[in-house]
Design a protein around this ligand. Sequence first.
Ligand code: HEC
Length: 447
Amino acid sequence: MLTNTLVRTVISGAIAVTAVLPPAAYAQTDSGSTVADPPTFYSNVLPILQDNCQVCHQPAGLNLGGMVAPMSLMTYEETRPWAGAMALAVEHRKMPPWHASRAFEGKFQGERYLDEAEIETIVAWAEAGAPEGTPPSNWEAPEPDKEADGGWALGEPDLILELDEPFLLEDDVEDLYVTLTATLTEDMLPEYRWIKSVEYRPGPYVHHILRGMGGLAPGNQPIIYDNGYGRLMPEGPRAIEFDMHYHKEAGEETAAYDQTEVGIRFMEPGEVVRYRTTSEMLGIMDFVIPPDESSYSASREYHFEEDVYIAGFTPHMHLRGKAALYELTYPDGRHEQLLHVPSYDFSWQHSYDFKEPVRVPAGSTLRFTLWWDNSEENPSNPDPTVEVRYGEPTTAEMGFGFMQLRAIEEDEIIVGQPISDEVRRLYGETIPMSNDAEDRRRSGSGQ
Ligand code: HEC
């Protein structure tokens, strides 16, 4: 398995990659066998990249910016030096990043899987020395630069929130967790509005953001409230807190300022909000993980007292997080696994949102189980020699199963018309319970 250190070394530059894994090494392991027609970039590899990789691996666009695209894989020249690293990444199922077990393919929005043939194509291409092939006659070098309209993938926002001050990341910073605020003044938002979309424009080295306006993590697309989902943004003045995680290589002249921005667009009068969603924390806090324990688990049950839809899950642990499982037992005894994340990775805080929400009858029970790996086998483990309990720093652990629920009954709220206190309460932002129990009332999306 690739360790994080290796990954970080690998992504720190194309030169490192060629040093670690010269494509020639692949060619040698293959010597003797005669491959008639090795795959080429244009005929075989490019289509896979277009469908599965370029959404993140491009110089700019979709607001995944510097955070998510350590390198661009748009052209042959850009991709070639990464051939060896790509083969490793896809063989180990590290890329494209998606952590639900393959048994759930087809169930979740935004899922990412490569099939065996695609993996073999990339590996064979790297082994053959990454041949270019001939561009199709209609080939034009892609122009991914979306900076034209100020860099907002969804268009000019109605409101831009910005961290109150530029935040300095010093040379020696590697991983840094800090809570920063952005002030929403009364002028900016004199009265509540219905949010249509939230798009982050992260500054340098932003790895992920919890809380704030719904959060940002590697691989997240802008949040779009669509198809009847809605969320209120209460008026200013108020301070909105963002839990920032910065990650960079420490070193001379690596210091940089971040002043992340969030672009918010609002719904137009006349649009209709129908789906009321709530979030259940499903917290497990009472645990003690012994030193060197490679598979410590804890479970919790949640009993459904009324019919409801489950819209999605967001398991959240820290660096020792290993796996998560959600199982539902229906009142008639029928048992179903709803989500299994066999190899949880703290770097990727996925929300697993069902394409079709799961209808759950009253009397059902959800069992939610988490596993942690506090052994030295876990490359992210900051210290396998200590007992680990619940706590906010990433070096302590958390155990959340955040579950998004959608009411069976639908509302019909016309945007632009006055709302009741009840609607305000049900659709407004919630105050987070702790640093980490952020507002996850994310209400579906229409990506
Ligand atoms: C959702 C965004 C996303 C997608 C989709 C994606 N990547 Fe990545 N990729 C990243 C990020 C972010 C990193 C930086 C490493 C990290 O933080 O995990 C990365 C790192 C890499 C690396 C560096 C080494 C490594 O193993 O981590 C390679 C190679 C790579 N990606 C190849 C690919 C290929 C090939 C695809 C498509 C099959 C792909 N990626 C799809 C976001 C993405």
